[in-house]
Design a protein around this ligand. Structure first.
Ligand SMILES: Cc1cc2nc3c(=O)[nH]c(=O)nc-3n(C[C@H](O)[C@H](O)[C@H](O)COP(=O)(O)OP(=O)(O)OC[C@H]3O[C@@H](n4cnc5c(N)ncnc54)[C@H](O)[C@@H]3O)c2cc1C
Length: 359
């Protein structure tokens, strides 16, 4: 019988959560043997993201204990533009402007950069090796059999590591999304979110990458409608206005059901989308995945118990994400009536948009 190759830590998934966890364990410094297993042949591709993240200052204003400035120290070619604010379009077509600062990214370059950081920190990796079985300390792919003292599920919204352990709940309220990448007259510093009633339980987004004259345009919504068909229809409506030319298509799914109740069980830990670390109000999770990955990696590097990671998640992330979930549920309720949602947006404009967009 072929022997399992043994590691101190195996991380399943080389997205932002897995790569940041791996880099923070830093095998070159700690001497730990870490393996990163990724199902895709090329990290970050296909790109499945709206590519907008808050600035580090905005992240700090939400999580004062974030403690990860170096994660935002990225090569300039990762940045695709600046975000000066958000334009919200209400069901009646009224536009409101909110002052929330962010950055547009080239997400595939961000993922590649975070992965390169992990490799430079001494992490071993296998690309194109999808994990199909997780049994206690043992992990199998089509190409290899491995075992580890600690197993990390950084494997996204449909996490296999999470599913292998009954202590973890599955992600709930998963929102399907479709997106296109387009060239055109996309030089605005404002990203747009349209909350029209034809997009039930979700929104249409138009995120200009103003450094390069491109945009990430997409639709996420819950309900019986075909997301791709409806997105194509909206794109046809705006095509001439922007001189829009499609250069790529993609899609994905966002877990909007909130942070999982349990993110650590014995030698297992979940991070990023696998743990439900996404703002239920807006579907953003990249910054959270990077931040929590760093916390988890540092705790493992210092030989501290995984329960410390869970405590940190519960102290810092949980209150904010719980508030965000409550706000999202209120929004769902108000969206049953176009007039009620119109009034909610009017109120958000009066009181400030932070609660509407973050929770
Ligand atoms: C359409 C869309 C738009 C979005 N827009 C934004 C946005 O604008 N801003 C924002 O902040 N967030 C956005 N998000 C959310 C954001 O993309 C995620 O929160 C973020 O990618 C989470 O990082 P992660 O590392 O946890 O998961 P992922 O980035 O999903 O990485 C998981 C990795 O695990 C790998 N994997 C999965 N299963 C296995 C397996 N069995 N074996 C081996 N490898 C496996 C996958 O191939 C993948 O590389 C969006 C998401 C979608 C789908």
């Amino acid at each position: 019988m072929e022997k399992f190759e043994h590691y101190d830590v195996i991380i399943v998934g080389a997205g932002p959560a897995g790569a940041c966890t791996a880099a923070a364990i830093s095998p070159v410094r700690t001497g730990k043997r870490v393996l990163l297993l990724e199902g895709k042949k090329r990290v970050g591709l296909p790109m499945q993201c709206g590519e907008a993240i808050p600035t580090y200052e905005e992240l700090l204003s939400i999580f004062p204990q974030a403690g990860c400035p170096e994660l935002y120290d990225l090569p300039s070619d990762v940045y695709a533009g600046t975000i000066a604010g958000i334009k919200f379009r209400s069901p009646s077509g009224r536009t409101y402007v909110a002052d929330l600062k962010g950055q547009m990214m080239h997400r595939e370059r961000l993922d590649q950069h975070l992965f390169d950081r992990a490799v430079a920190a001494g992490v071993e990796y296998r690309l194109g090796e999808r994990v199909h079985t997780v049994r206690e300390h043992e992990i199998e792919t089509a190409a290899g059999r491995y075992s580890a003292d600690i197993v990390i599920g950084a494997d996204g919204v449909y996490s296999l590591v999470s599913a292998a352990t009954p202590a973890f709940s599955p992600n709930r309220d998963i929102c399907p999304c479709a997106l296109v990448l387009a060239k055109g007259d996309f030089y605005s510093e404002y990203i747009e979110l349209w909350f029209e009633s034809r997009f039930p339980g979700g929104y249409f987004w138009l995120f200009p990458k103003n450094r390069v004259g491109e945009a990430n345009i997409g639709l996420g919504m819950r309900g019986p409608k075909n997301v791709r068909q409806l997105l194509d229809r909206v794109i046809a409506e705006i095509r001439d206005h922007y001189g829009l030319e499609i250069i790529g298509k993609s899609g994905g799914a966002v877990p909007l059901g909130g942070l999982k109740e349990v993110v650590v069980h014995r030698h297992f830990a979940l991070v990023g989308d696998a743990a439900g670390m996404v703002f239920p109000t807006n579907g953003g999770g990249t910054g959270l995945a990077m931040m929590a990955g760093k916390w988890l990696g540092e705790i493992i590097a210092a030989d501290q118990p995984l329960s410390l990671y869970e405590r940190k998640v519960n102290n810092i992330l949980r209150p904010v994400l719980q508030r965000s979930l409550r706000t999202r549920r209120q929004m769902d309720f108000f969206r049953k009536s176009e007039r009620a949602f119109e009034a909610l947006m009017w109120l958000a404009n009066l009181r400030g948009w932070r609660n509407f967009i973050i929770g």
